[in-house]
Design a protein around this ligand. Structure first.
Ligand code: NAD
Length: 390
């Protein structure tokens, strides 16, 4: 039986001038069936109220703090209170907020990196298991149709045994000390107390790590990292080059940077098997290149029948006919659709379709935190090659 009401969404973070909270708000309602009804939108309670007003929410459900939000929402009857919360605050807040909402019985969508360190990530994994609530992690790049096609090709064996993975995420926006100019996004990202042990590697290196494991199904087994801080006075890495070795023996290179001048969000991945290769670019996401040593390169285009024949997940993630570009918002919406369909299945005591369960979860979040800590350990070590942290 289908759920006969909208799911009710709450949000923590996403106050005036914030970046990603608004993306979550737009993407979560793209397919209907979700309504934002409550929030603690800002670290400053006054600004939280201001944001709630702009969103035309019931003022009684716009809270000064997330703790107030939990208490007040619990007082509402089931069906009226929020079904899930989206956490879009800086990294240091992810764990306490996710833990407290899960323990109060709410489902959670959380921004990456999932927690502040591996210890918190392991604790969160236990809490998700214990509470049996749905937990989603916003590694949005896994939401693209052509990434899903790449995954189905790579995991389906079309490339042959995978030998080499090259993944990059260069940006240039932190190539000067933007954090000293009042930029909200730059200031917490470069502060170890809010960002965590890593800067660039935690912020965008984890997206690259997650994408490589999502598409191939392989796991990074060890790595050798070289992080740098180029901008004077900065405390956290703003550039990193990492050699990888995967659990099937494949070799890899991952580089992430926020000082690569002129680059915007140039996330891209190349995967080479014994028979074929794949190439995908986030800034041109509707195309997947399939390479063959003995034939011309093929361009697979989103929204066509030949994609549908190969990947049910790519079809589910496609909204528009081919040639009408889909991108960032749609990829977020695809993560939301699978996450919320899984919540609906739970609420109606039905088994979620495996396609619905295709969204990043707490285990991916733990991998991300283990990746960060392994990279930090390798950077400091003289041995360099470092086993992936357990
Ligand atoms: P931002 O600085 O633009 O916004 C953060 C918001 O959180 C602000 O409104 C701030 O007041 C609010 N906030 C801080 N502490 C709070 C608290 N305790 N309670 C309520 N609100 C609080 O930051 P951003 O760029 O939107 O990044 C937020 C998070 O999203 C980070 O974890 C970041 O890594 C992640 N992010 C992910 C993506 C992606 O592509 N998945 C992109 C950007 C950011």
């Amino acid at each position: 039986m289908a759920l006969d009401r909208n799911l009710k969404m709450g949000m923590v973070g996403g106050g005036p001038g914030a970046f990603i909270g608004e993306v979550h708000r737009k993407a979560s309602r793209m397919d209907g069936g979700v309504q934002l009804v409550a929030g603690a939108f800002d670290i400053n309670p006054e600004k939280s109220k201001q944001q709630g007003k702009e969103l035309i929410l019931d003022p009684n459900r716009v809270y000064g703090t997330y703790k107030e939000m939990i208490e007040a929402e619990l007082r509402l009857p089931e069906g009226e209170r929020i079904d899930f919360v989206s956490i879009t605050t800086p990294n240091n807040w992810h764990f306490p907020i996710a833990r407290d909402f899960l323990e109060a019985g709410f489902n959670v969508m959380c921004e990456k990196p999932m927690t502040f360190n591996v210890e918190e990530a392991k604790e969160l994994q236990k809490i998700v298991k214990k509470t049996k609530k749905v937990f989603g992690l916003m590694h949005n790049y896994t939401g693209y149709p052509m990434v899903k096609l790449a995954r189905d090709m790579a995991r389906g064996g079309e490339l042959g045994k995978i030998r080499k993975i090259v993944v990059q995420y260069p940006q240039g926006w932190l190539s000067t000390a933007l954090e000293k100019t009042g930029s909200m996004q730059a200031s917490w990202r470069t502060d170890p107390k809010q960002s965590g042990g890593a800067g660039c590697i935690g912020d965008i290196g984890t997206h690259a790590e997650n994408l490589s494991e999502y598409i191939t199904g392989l796991k990074i087994a060890k790595l050798c990292a070289d992080l740098s801080i180029f901008v004077k006075g900065r405390k956290l890495d703003d550039d990193g080059n990492i050699l990888l070795r995967f659990n099937n023996g494949a070799s890899g290179v991952l580089h992430a940077s926020q000082i690569s001048v002129g680059e915007e969000n140039n996330l891209a991945i190349w995967i080479y098997g014994e028979q074929k290769g794949l190439e995908w670019h986030q800034e041109d996401p509707n195309y997947l290149y399939v390479k063959d040593q003995n034939a011309p390169t093929q361009v697979w285009k989103r929204g066509n029948g030949y994609v549908a024949a190969k990947s049910a997940a790519a079809v589910r993630a496609t909204r528009l006919p081919s040639g009408h570009p889909e991108a960032f918002f749609e990829a977020f919406a695809n993560i939301y659709r699978n996450f919320t369909d899984t919540i609906r299945a739970n609420l109606t005591n039905t088994k979620p379709d495996p396609l619905m369960l295709d969204f990043p979860n707490v285990n991916d979040g733990l991998r991300g935190m283990q990746f960060i800590e392994t990279v930090l350990e390798s950077t400091k070590s003289k041995e360099k090659w470092t086993e992936f942290k357990k």
